[in-house]
Design a protein around this ligand. Structure first.
Ligand code: 5GP
Ligand code: MG
Ligand code: MG
Length: 183
């Protein structure tokens, strides 16, 4: 897709790359304090969290191992189905680990609440969530999320890892996808 075409499919930029990076620095500093002396494991949820994980892990002043889980609840559309499938499981045994789940966005909350329940049975010492974005108005279940980057309106957004039908992940900012693209 070419630049002009991409521009016509976005309405407005919600969060700029600059704002994201500043926020990641802030949260990383907090996480470093909260997890001092603990065996921290970062778990990214593929594929949306790839950019957040890349920048967040480098903002951390400490080194922490990372692992990845791939789940799907969306398919190619813009609505959560609530049915979660594991596409790739973790490589790490969670026993005694302090797990921080790194997520791109909490929308309905269905995916994360399912993940939290799934992880709870694996013997982790603690499990917390960091989500870069959250849509409070879209919540169907309450998810206890310790670190949140930005609360945003209930629009479908793309960029910074977030896709629509696998496109737009490489946009540097988070922008609202024009409704004409998917309706
Ligand atoms: P939830 O289960 O909370 O409804 O969301 C599950 C996943 O759907 C999120 O982790 C994210 O990958 C995707 N998702 C939710 N809202 C949006 C959105 O506004 N834009 C994009 N591109 N993906 C979203
Ligand atoms: Mg996600
Ligand atoms: Mg997606």
């Amino acid at each position: 897709m070419r630049a002009a075409e991409i521009q016509s499919e976005l309405t407005n930029v919600l969060v700029t790359e600059e704002q994201i990076l500043a926020k990641l620095d802030e949260i990383a500093a907090q996480v470093a304090v909260d997890y001092e002396g603990k065996d921290l494991l970062l778990v990214g949820v593929l594929k949306g969290a790839v950019m957040v994980m890349a920048d967040f892990s480098r903002a951390l002043p400490v080194s922490a191992p990372m692992d990845w889980m791939a789940v799907s609840s969306y398919g190619a559309g813009t609505k959560s189905s609530g049915v979660v499938q594991i596409r790739k499981d973790l490589d790490t045994d969670l026993h005694d680990k302090h797990v921080l789940i790194v997520e791109d966005i909490i929308d309905s909350g269905l995916t994360l609440s399912w993940l939290l329940e799934n992880f709870a049975s694996r013997g982790a010492a603690s499990i917390e969530v960091f989500a870069l974005l959250r849509k409070p108005e879209a919540a169907k279940v309450v998810v206890d999320c310790k670190y949140v980057g930005f609360d945003i309106p209930n629009d479908f957004v793309v960029g910074y890892g977030l896709d629509y039908a696998e496109n737009y992940r490489n946009l540097r900012d988070v922008a609202v996808l024009a409704p004409h693209v998917y309706s």
